[in-house]
Design a protein around this ligand. Structure first.
Ligand SMILES: Nc1ncnc2c1ncn2[C@@H]1O[C@H](COP(=O)(O)OP(=O)(O)OP(=O)(O)O)[C@@H](O)[C@H]1O
Ligand SMILES: [Mg+2]
Length: 209
């Protein structure tokens, strides 16, 4: 069972994760983008953390909605609205809830990812965050159906996201700034797929046992 406190712990841990990986994500973005992804994610989650520390959220829907608005307004670039959309859509299935079952968490993730795909219109193998999030959702759905514990569900999601992230290396970018490079985008790991993997890894580290 995921309580609102656990979700807040995850969000705060994400700030630490993106802060620690700021240079790494920015270096990845320097190769195929404009060298700001680490800066964007660090700025966004610093604002999210501040919001959590100063606002009392009575339900998960409100927490996720505020997180979404904070990311949209503070991150900028392509990734802010996309991760913002993830949490905005996710919030719609969490209104009035103060805890989520494992199935509700996976359902929330699914709704959030659909929001990213609808907004960004990325297909699989376009070399984006979708290439890490989609296999993560599939693995978590499968693990849930197999009756796995939350830790095992998150482990499956994290492993699949990591693989998806690595698989972006040989891909040719079709979305965002990286797509302007055409063939030259090949051979580099996508920064957004990397931040998406870190999102799952941080959930595992925050909630796993
Ligand atoms: N249409 C899209 N759908 C899904 N993800 C996308 C899309 N466009 C970009 N991304 C993701 O956003 C990441 C870049 O995020 P960043 O924070 O650097 O914003 P940005 O510099 O405005 O992005 P970009 O230059 O790619 O438009 C990419 O690595 C990719 O994973
Ligand atoms: Mg960028």
């Amino acid at each position: 069972m995921l309580t609102i406190e656990k979700l807040q712990i995850w969000m705060i841990a994400l700030q630490a994760t993106y802060h620690e990986n700021k240079q790494y994500l920015t270096d990845l973005d320097a190769a195929i983008g404009d060298a700001d992804h680490g800066i964007n994610m660090d700025r966004g989650y610093t604002a999210v953390k501040k919001n959590i520390e100063t606002t009392e959220h009575k339900d998960i829907g409100s927490l996720l909605k505020t997180t979404a608005m904070t990311l949209i307004s503070s991150v900028g670039g392509a990734s802010g609205p996309l991760y913002g959309t993830f949490f905005l859509r996710a919030s719609t299935v969490c209104m009035g809830k103060t805890e989520l079952t494992d199935a509700e968490f996976v359902a929330m993730f699914k709704v959030g990812l659909h929001g990213i795909v609808q907004r960004g219109k990325a297909n699989l193998a376009d070399k984006t965050m979708v290439d890490a999030l989609t296999p993560a959702l599939e693995a978590m759905t499968q693990a849930l159906e197999n009756g796995a514990t939350l830790t095992d569900i998150l482990q499956a999601g994290t492993d699949a996201a990591e693989q998806g992230m690595q698989q972006t290396i040989p891909m040719l970018a079709k979305k965002g700034r990286a797509s302007y490079l055409g063939e030259r985008s090949i051979g580099h790991q996508d920064p957004g797929a990397t931040s998406a993997y870190l999102m799952l890894k941080t959930a595992l580290d925050s909630w796993g046992e």
